[in-house]
Design a protein around this ligand. Structure first.
Ligand SMILES: [Zn+2]
Length: 74
């Protein structure tokens, strides 16, 4: 079951969180989890989401809940 979370004051789903990280809407995304790390910019909580930008690619993305910082495992 997908759990929505709040990022930068907005509710996000796994797909819309991945879209924030990637800049494009992914084909599919897994549930959002808490990453075991802090944001290097503001020290805020970092969320983790796995998603498929294309049929042949799987990316793990990280996004701070409090600021614009985001990163992927590419
Ligand atoms: Zn941050």
């Amino acid at each position: 079951m997908a759990e929505n979370r709040v990022v930068e004051g907005r509710m996000v789903t796994p797909v819309t969180l991945a879209e924030l990280i990637e800049g494009d809407r992914p084909m599919d995304a897994e549930d959002i989890t808490d990453a075991d790390r802090e944001c290097p910019e503001c020290g805020g909580n970092v969320l983790e989401v796995g998603y498929m930008p294309s049929v042949t690619e799987f990316v793990t993305g990280y996004k701070c809940q409090g600021c614009e910082w985001a990163e992927t495992d590419r």
